[in-house]
Design a protein around this ligand. Structure first.
Ligand code: HEC
Length: 168
């Protein structure tokens, strides 16, 4: 019985070591032009900037602070995959080239952010579990949604003005 347990432990350790050399999504923080950040299009007041940075930034930007367990498989796979998917959908570092490439896209992404924050889908609950600083209070959520709505309206008005200006 004892030898069986020992064999299982040794096999487990071997698998763990083998996992570490498997290829993963790259854990990189690609450089982004300062002119591409969300702040170039969306007016982000200091309190909202603080919320974005503490609750969203690690996944939805190129300035990810990779935790030490982000380097240990299999946790590293899940984290790298999450960051990869999150950046692909909405990346604050390259906002004007991506989620905010068109004004109406930016408006949609702001509205989706409000909805996701409201129902607690974002920041991801498993992330909040490990990063208590990302927890949003009811007041934070309310302030966040008021801001996304205000900015959404402002961007829509801007879009109409641009359309009117380019009309023949
Ligand atoms: C732990 C990483 C992580 C954090 C932190 C995080 N997100 Fe996400 N987010 C994701 C991933 C992964 C996706 C894409 C897949 C999915 O929807 O689960 C996503 C998708 C989204 C989408 C896409 C639209 C949708 O509804 O599917 C929005 C909007 C969004 N996140 C907003 C936010 C906001 C706002 C914050 C901060 C308040 C935030 N996220 C924090 C990982 C994260």
């Amino acid at each position: 019985m004892k030898t069986l347990l020992r064999r299982i432990l040794i096999a487990g350790a071997a698998v763990f070591v083998a996992l570490q050399i498997a290829p993963v999504f790259p854990r990189t923080n690609p450089a982004a032009a300062a002119t591409s950040g969300i702040h170039n299009q969306v007016e982000v007041p200091a309190e909202m900037d603080a919320i974005l940075r503490r609750a969203c930034w690690n996944c939805h930007s190129n300035d990810t602070k990779w935790p030490w367990y982000g380097y240990v498989a299999p946790a590293s796979w899940l984290i790298a995959r999450d960051v990869d998917k999150a950046r692909e959908i909405m990346n604050f570092s390259v906002w004007t080239e991506q989620a905010g490439k068109k004004l109406q896209m930016a408006v949609g992404m702001l509205a989706a952010s409000c909805a996701d924050v409201n129902i607690g889908r974002m920041p991801k609950p498993e992330y909040v579990f490990l990063h208590s600083e990302a927890m949003l209070t009811e007041a934070d959520k309310q302030g966040f949604c008021e801001w996304t709505k205000r900015e959404g309206k402002r961007l829509l008005v801007l879009k109409r003005k641009q359309a009117a200006a380019s009309a023949p």
